[in-house]
Design a protein around this ligand. Structure first.
Ligand code: ADP
Ligand code: MG
Length: 394
């Protein structure tokens, strides 16, 4: 699903109010009955005003009409939720315009956005929860027929978790983007001027970059954390000029993508830890023909370092910030499900030829999908809408 901001500038203040009313109604209703939308929106124009807005929103694909056995009503679409989140970011002056899409995954859209001073940032829109229940029964039973399986809830959890981890990591001095804001299923962060390691064909000193990356895995472990998806797509490599020697380029890895992070105390921690280490080893061997002479690192050694030398437990810090065990469990089940589905149809495309092809041609999306550049988001926030805006504390 692609963010499409084209309809944004045509929405009236009433339309925004009605869209917000549908969102509020969705808290307790899977399908929000039309009279409830009217009641929450309380437009001056009365029911006819609401109906006009409902048609405009439905036409723009922001809400969808649903026919139920008992009543008719509407539900918010991903597009509708995207608009509400953007509206909040705009009202808080974090986003003024939306540029091109720089990344698209099965679980997210990544857009370049800018604030009113023209500073570029990244908007990550989480898209979780298109669940088809093809995996193990426990997952299926856990998620089925539960509010916890709704895409809106799960995508919001992913954003809340990612934002909380980015904040904790950043505070601790880890090389991660600066977390700027979170609303609903989206986060705004600083734009890193660097390519994913996947797109780097060679480096002058693979041993040193390898040591940096293993060092990051161990440093995370010391703070109680495992990234859980530490691969060449989620590590950006920044190239900085050496101040002393301008011919020399310093490579700095920056870590992104945190919704699947787990604690070193997780029941499958060893598996996640080993998988992260293995990912780096495999990539360095295939791409840079580098194999470390040192074995490991091993989970049991890393485990002994957790919390030592006064290292703050970031797994605990994030839980304390309000990301509860229940939220973690809901999200984990959904991510597992999503990964299982994507493994089903993934072709094993990580051999070198494929990757080199990709480097030459740029990423598949960049050329075709540059859309909605500089589209403006209306900034005048209505007093009424302000009051109506759901304050979910995020
Ligand atoms: P996903 O969950 O879909 O994998 P990621 O957070 O890994 O999403 O982002 C996908 C891609 O978008 C990354 O591989 C990277 O190319 C780009 N990207 C994400 N965040 C940033 C950022 N802050 N700065 C620059 N590029 C980014
Ligand atoms: Mg990623």
């Amino acid at each position: 699903m692609k963010l499409d901001t084209r309809a944004m500038r045509h929405l009236t203040a009433e339309d925004w109010r009605v869209l917000t009313a549908v969102e509020m109604g969705s808290k307790n209703h899977e399908i929000v009955p039309t009279p409830l939308i009217e009641k929450i929106a309380r437009l001056k124009g009365g029911a006819s005003g609401v109906h006009k807005s409902i048609s405009a929103l439905a036409k723009a694909g922001l809400i969808a009409r649903m026919k139920e056995a008992k009543y008719d009503g509407y539900r918010l679409s991903y597009g509708g939720l995207d608009y509400l989140a953007l509206h909040t970011h705009a009202a808080r002056k974090h986003v003024y315009s939306v540029g091109s899409r720089i990344g698209v995954g099965k679980e997210s859209d990544i857009m370049v956005v800018a604030d009113d001073k023209g500073t570029q940032k990244v908007l990550k829109i989480h898209r979780l929860g298109r669940i088809s229940f093809r995996t193990v029964k426990t997952n299926r039973d856990y998620l089925k027929n539960r509010q916890s399986a709704s895409w809106m809830y799960l995508s919001r959890l992913a954003a809340i978790k990612e934002f909380a981890f980015m904040q904790a990591l950043r505070e601790e001095g880890f090389p991660v983007p600066e977390p700027i804001a979170q609303s609903r299923h989206t986060i705004v962060m600083s734009l890193i001027d660097a390519l994913p390691m996947r797109q780097i064909s060679s480096v002058p000193d693979p041993a040193s970059l390898y040591a940096d990356l293993i060092g990051l895995i161990l440093r995370l472990a010391k703070h109680g954390l495992i990234h859980g998806d530490f691969n060449e797509f989620n590590i950006l490599i920044r190239e900085d000029k050496d101040e002393q020697d301008s011919d020399n380029i310093i490579l700095t890895p920056i870590i992104i993508d945190f919704p699947q992070m787990v604690s070193m105390d997780h029941q499958n921690a060893e598996m996640y830890f080993d998988r992260d280490v293995e990912c780096i080893k495999r990539f360095f061997s295939r791409r840079f023909h580098f194999t470390s002479t040192t074995p490991g690192p091993f989970f049991k050694d890393a485990k002994k370092t957790v919390g030592t030398d006064g290292a703050r437990r970031l797994d605990a810090a994030v839980e304390a910030s309000g990301f509860t065990k229940k939220m973690a469990k809901d999200l984990e089940a959904a991510i597992r499900e999503q990964q299982a589905n994507s493994n089903d149809d993934a072709d094993d495309s990580d051999d070198l030829e494929d990757s080199e092809e990709e480097i030459k041609s740029g990423s598949e999306d960049d050329d075709q999908e540059q859309v909605v550049i500089g589209d403006q988001i209306p900034l005048e926030s209505e007093e009424g809408l302000q009051k109506l805006t759901i304050n979910d504390g995020t």
